[in-house]
Design a protein around this ligand. Structure first.
Ligand SMILES: Cc1ncc(COP(=O)(O)O)c(C=O)c1O
Length: 429
């Protein structure tokens, strides 16, 4: 089914369709890794909602933090902050390497990336922004101009200065090379194109340590370090968008920990609020001070909201006290091995990749034929849902599932998932 044919269920009669079809069922309740529909079905949620509920749906620590915050203070003038806001900034900075030590809290990932882009523009005095093909950074104007996964057509010109370079997709190499010998030619070509087309050196490059919406693209070892080097050579600021990869999801606290490359600006969102709208943009004293001196202004009505800060603290407490980054690493390693076994029996699984519990499973038409299995993945996804497993197919032209269950998913729930997947492949292929 194409993304544009509307086959949404009847309940959605008065809902504006903002992307793909609405799901068939109304959800009455959610808990841990499970969703419960109004008509009494249980569905194992292998995407943590929209990749946000990393500590599980409706974790009691989140509920308690909300109740407590609601009894104190919900909302303030944007220049007033509560103790929770200060504490959350301190906790995040303590987890991060130097020089990332100044935080602004916002609500969505798009807003945090918008702030990051505006910070980069004001401190460099430049306007061009580099991003990877296949990227998704949000739907506000600056973030959407740096978004190439889908959703660009039909809205007229984007913010001027949007430059794309090829994503390092080693399964479908944009240079038609082999990862062992390519020497990251896609990155070199990308920057040659930037040098040729930019009006001056760009303000920033924005990149996810693992690109999610582009199909779970894991860059080759050393890629992020080379990106940083190329940015440094040109005075370009490096923004890591860790909306999805931050806070344990990839088996490390941050996605950049896999390579030890520290950005100039970091954004966090989905995994920080555990299901509530909380995002952060984090930078150095130097960038913060320079931007303030230049009059940086990025107010929103809900900047530094007390309630979501209290939730962010609860989420961090659970991630740290339950060792969820390490757990994601262990569970993800075991899951990758089981998926490799599944792949050996079902050749329509073309590729499996990722780290921790952010894994991509690429569906192709058949053995030896890497043609994307668009119709097949739609069928497989529907069948899995009918059997009680919610799988997220990444948007746009990809035939890739994004496996991103809660980090505390149990071994039994992983077993159930694998059993359903086996049944789905047997019945549909
Ligand atoms: C990597 C990344 N950045 C930014 C965003 C945008 O976040 P939001 O939808 O909260 O604006 C997303 C959303 O999917 C994302 O995956």
């Amino acid at each position: 089914m194409s993304d544009t044919q509307n086959t949404s269920p009847n309940y959605a009669r008065h809902l504006l369709r903002y992307g793909r079809d609405f799901a068939p069922d109304l959800i009455a309740r959610a808990e841990g890794s499970w969703l419960y529909t109004e008509d009494g079905r249980s569905i194992l949620d292998f995407s943590s909602g929209q990749m946000c509920a990393t500590i599980g749906h409706n974790h009691p620590a989140i509920t308690a933090a909300m109740v407590d915050a609601a009894s104190r203070v919900l909302h303030l003038d944007s220049t007033m902050v509560s103790r929770d806001v200060v504490d959350l900034a301190e906790r995040l900075v303590a987890l991060l390497p130097d020089p990332l030590n100044r935080v602004q809290f916002l609500n969505t990932g798009g807003e945090a990336n918008e702030a990051a882009i505006r910070l980069a523009k004001i401190v460099t005095g430049r306007h061009e922004i580099i991003a990877l093909t296949g990227s998704w950074h949000g739907t506000t104007s600056g973030a959407s101009a740096a978004t190439y996964a889908h959703g660009r057509r039909g809205y007229g010109p984007t913010v001027p200065g949007a430059l794309a370079i090829p994503a390092p997709n080693c399964y479908r190499c944009p240079m038609r090379k082999s990862p062992d010998t390519c020497g990251m030619a896609c990155l070199d070509l990308g920057f040659e194109m930037v040098d040729a087309s930019a009006s001056a050196n760009p303000a920033a490059m924005i990149i996810e340590p693992i690109q999610s919406a582009g199909g779970i693209i894991v860059p080759p070892d050393g890629y992020l370090a080379r990106v940083k080097e190329k940015c440094r050579e040109r005075g370009i600021l490096l923004i890591f968008d860790e909306s999805q990869t931050g806070l344990g999801r990839t088996g490390r606290m941050f996605g950049f920990d896999h390579e030890g490359v520290v950005p100039d600006i970091l954004t966090l969102s989905k995994t920080l609020g555990g299901g509530l709208p909380l995002s952060a943009v984090i930078t150095s004293d130097d960038i913060a001070d320079r931007s303030a001196a230049l009059g940086f202004s990025h107010y929103t009505s809900h900047a530094s909201d007390p309630l979501t800060a209290a939730v962010g603290l609860a989420v961090l407490n659970v991630i740290e006290s339950e060792g969820l980054a390490a757990k994601a690493d262990e569970t993800g390693t075991r899951l990758l091995a089981s998926l490799a076994d599944l792949q050996s029996r079902h050749p329509v699984i073309g590729d499996i990749r990722g780290h921790g519990l952010l894994l991509g499973v690429e569906i192709i038409t058949g053995e030896g034929d890497k043609t994307p299995g668009h119709a097949l993945i739609e069928r497989l996804t529907k069948r899995a849902y009918a059997l009680g497993l919610n799988l997220n197919k990444v948007g746009g032209p990809h035939s890739v599932w994004r496996f991103a269950p809660p980090l505390n998913i149990s071994a039994g729930e992983i077993e159930t998932t694998l059993e359903i997947l086996e049944r789905v492949f047997v019945s549909e292929t």
